[in-house]
Design a protein around this ligand. Structure first.
Ligand code: MSP
Length: 517
């Protein structure tokens, strides 16, 4: 039997502007999980991509003087591709909604749903927000503005196609109640549960081609294109081969984790599960909605970082100035995954200096330096240390793997890092308490014991951190005397004491995270 792959997705990003820290955040979180699961032995399928149809993109192309919308998309997509490369995002597939594999599968799915009687034609009368490409009813507007983006809406009346989502509300409510881990974190679960207490309107899934030409034609009515949200959500099944390769599809679906921010949770936690149910497919295991990165707008007031508002931080600038791993670490350590965070350079510098330059950097530097000074770089042969680690590390080491697994299970990256830092801090304290520089003259056997313990704790820390800071972990792994790829090791090895070999030859190298002044 073919085993089920671990399937991770990110949203498909709109290509109406360059990627910013917010998009990087989601992809870094997804990447850390992908790397972790690979180290746990899973066959991971990690999907990301771009959302390229609709009026928003058409307008962005026109605004930058592009008459060929696809060429404009190609140009912006390349920026996403380059950024993911730079940030070490290890996706296995990249889907564009303009890919023919996607377009053909969407048409196929529309026909299936139409034949099943889940789609009907009706007149639509109401308010429309062009930037969000969303219909609103009068009572949902906030002072005549779009409740999502606070921009003016237009009144329209037109014939359209609708998906019968309303009749599945009770089914979804029951499903969510029975599966409390389906929507995470808990606050978002509560939000969706209370949203489902009110009636659900059927979803308008078409746009007249006379108004929006840049889209996937509706197979049963050439005068319409598909609503972008309806087709974009389908990427999660079109990419793994829903229409093209059922065998492959069955080994990948259902998704294990869909990542996104809170602004688009409703599409993923309400409409998407109903669409899957209509198609007779299982639901994803976890829909995780994280918070927003905000920027200070004026003294004391914060605003969501967004392309359309133009108030964004360019991740390339931060990564170039400070390092990719510093950025990856900061984003996942600074705020709890699920809450909002405020991005500021002083906070960034403070966090990197205290955690990476001081705690982590010093531990590596001091440990390797002492190994070179006292043992010409050879890890000492202490049978006593290899058999049993020093009592001070015992609990942390024994429990690390399990604690990390528990926190990763609910996508609590901050707790994973805090647990690893417990070990880093205790190792730094150990150096102070044991004072190897004194043992060197007073007790050689004890020095061997202490230095073996430190080398071994360093090995464990590097393995544990590898999914978060892959480049730096690999560099330090080499310095510790390993020749292979750190990520070819099993994550389980973090709790197996006695991994470093006697006489393994270490090197000092350059500091991985120099202090930022
Ligand atoms: N195209 C839709 C998604 C379709 S998924 C089938 C879309 N695109 S988007 O370009 O606006 O990207 C939204 C996603 O980008 C958010 O869900 C989140 O993952 C990420 N972020 C965008 N801005 C963000 C912040 N300021 N902070 C955190 N994440 C942010 O919506």
């Amino acid at each position: 039997m073919v085993s089920k792959r671990f399937y991770i997705t990110t949203p498909l990003y709109y290509v109406n502007g360059s990627p910013h820290i917010g998009h990087s955040y989601t992809n870094i979180a997804a990447d850390v999980l992908a790397r972790y699961r690979k180290m746990c032995g899973d066959d991971v399928y990690f999907l990301t991509g771009t959302d390229e149809h609709g009026q928003k993109i058409e307008k962005a192309a026109a605004a930058t003087g592009h008459s060929d919308v696809k060429k404009f998309c190609d140009f912006v997509v390349d920026q996403f591709v380059q950024l993911w490369k730079m940030l070490n995002i290890s996706h296995d597939d990249f889907i564009r909604t303009t890919d023919s594999r996607h377009k053909e599968a969407v048409k196929n799915i529309l026909s299936i749903l139409y034949d099943k009687g889940e789609i009907y034609e009706s007149n639509y009368e109401g308010w429309y927000c062009t930037p969000c490409e969303t219909f609103w009813i009068e009572s949902q507007l906030e002072e005549k503005l779009c409740p999502d983006c606070q921009r003016p809406v237009e009144h329209i009346s037109e014939k359209n196609y609708f998906l019968k989502v309303s009749k599945y509300r009770d089914w979804l409510r029951d499903y969510i109640k029975k599966n409390p881990g389906f929507i995470l974190p808990r606050t978002r679960f509560n939000e969706i549960s209370s949203f489902l207490e009110t009636p659900l309107n059927d979803l308008c899934i078409s746009r007249p081609s006379a108004r929006v030409s840049w889209g996937i034609p509706i197979p049963f009515d050439q005068n319409y294109v598909t609503y972008v949200w309806f087709e974009a959500l389908l990427n999660y099944i079109t990419a793994p081969g829903f229409s093209e390769d059922k065998d492959k599809f069955n080994t990948i679906w259902p998704a294990d984790v869909h990542f996104m921010a809170k602004d688009i949770l409703r599409y993923h936690a309400v409409y998407w599960p109903i669409m899957l149910h209509m198609l007779g497919l299982e639901l994803p295991k976890i829909v995780f909605s994280h918070g927003w990165w905000l920027l200070e707008k004026s003294e004391g007031s914060l605003d969501k970082m967004s392309k359309s508002k133009g108030n964004v931080i360019d991740p390339r600038v931060i990564a170039e100035q400070y390092s990719v791993d510093a950025l990856r670490y900061f984003l996942l350590r600074e705020v709890s995954f699920g809450s909002d965070g405020c991005f500021s350079e002083p906070a960034f510098i403070k966090r990197i200096n205290s955690d990476l330059a001081n705690d982590f950097g010093n531990l590596i530097y001091r440990t390797l330096n002492m190994l070179i000074k006292y043992y010409q770089g050879n890890i000492p042969s202490s049978e006593r240390a290899r058999e049993n680690c020093d009592e001070v590390f015992k609990k942390n080491v024994q429990e690390l793997d399990e604690k990390v697994a528990r926190a990763f299970g609910v996508l609590d990256y901050q707790t994973v890092l805090i647990e690893i830092w417990e070990l880093i801090k205790s190792a730094n304290k150990y150096i102070e308490n044991k004072a190897p520089w004194k043992l060197q003259n007073e007790n050689k056997e004890e020095l061997d014991f202490v230095m073996y313990n430190l080398s071994e704790v360093l090995r464990i820390i590097l393995l544990a951190l590898a999914p978060f800071i892959p480049d730096s972990a690999q560099k330090a792994w080499r310095l510790l005397g390993y020749k292979d790829q750190i990520q070819s090791h099993s994550y389980k090895e973090v709790s197996h004491w006695g991994g470093v070999s006697f006489n393994q030859k270490v090197d000092k190298g350059e500091p991985l995270f120099p202090r930022i002044e």
